[in-house]
Design a binder for this molecule. Structure first.
Ligand code: 5GP
Length: 194
């Protein structure tokens, strides 16, 4: 079975819909992690972004880190994760931006040390979910500040009924999502766009 079918089947089997817009996938992605599935996902991202010259993967703590690390094994490159931090006296040493958390509803300062991202890099951004797009836009902002080239973004689950994916693609960013959820409800579960 191809990785996307494997992933979709897993979401339908084990995903839990909360309200109308939160999908909990704690049993294989966000808390307990199915590393064999991660390997399939990582290989699929590598296949899609092969020949893009990716030499660095960027994600955001905490839930993107596992999937980014396994993906990096397919690209044979390092992972940098944007840190959420309250530290104020960091001017000059870091690229910083603000991200509104979808799951917690608060705004975080996120940052990456300048020494780990620069004009010599071609970056693939990886995250577990794409919803309103704040996390991905924050990561793209960090890449732009650094002068690195953005190859695109690899997302495990895009909630396509929320606006992030459309807005970011409209800016010309290549966004590859392995499972695109078109609708979901506690009553009827999850439906996929394609
Ligand atoms: P966005 O910034 O696009 O609104 O949301 C993306 C971030 O919020 C992801 O990094 C992810 O951690 C979290 N997130 C958004 N929607 C969901 C969801 O339905 N389920 C889970 N588990 N996390 C989500």
């Amino acid at each position: 079975m191809c990785p996307m079918e494997l992933l979709k089947r897993r979401i339908q089997q084990d995903g839990i819909v909360k309200g109308n817009d939160v999908l909990k996938v704690d049993s294989f992605l966000n808390h307990q992690m199915d590393v064999a599935l991660f390997e399939e996902i990582g290989r699929e991202f590598q296949r899609r972004f092969a020949d893009c010259g990716v030499n660095k993967i960027l994600t955001i703590e905490a839930s993107g880190i596992g999937i980014a690390c396994v993906t990096a094994q397919s690209f044979h490159c390092p992972v940098v994760f944007a840190k959420k931090s309250q530290t104020k006296n960091i001017a000059g040493e870091v690229y910083a931006t603000k991200v509104e958390s979808f799951t917690h509803g608060r705004v975080y300062d996120v940052m990456v040390a300048k020494k780990f991202l620069g004009p010599e890099d071609t970056v693939l951004v990886i995250d577990d979910f794409l919803a309103n797009g704040a996390a991905l836009e924050g990561l793209i902002d960090l890449v732009e500040q650094s002068g690195a080239r953005l190859a695109g973004a690899g997302i495990v689950i895009e909630k396509a009924f929320q606006p992030g994916g459309g807005r970011i693609r409209a800016k010309g960013v290549r966004v590859e999502s392995l499972a695109r959820v078109s609708a979901m409800s506690e009553e009827h579960g999850v439906e996929f766009a394609d």
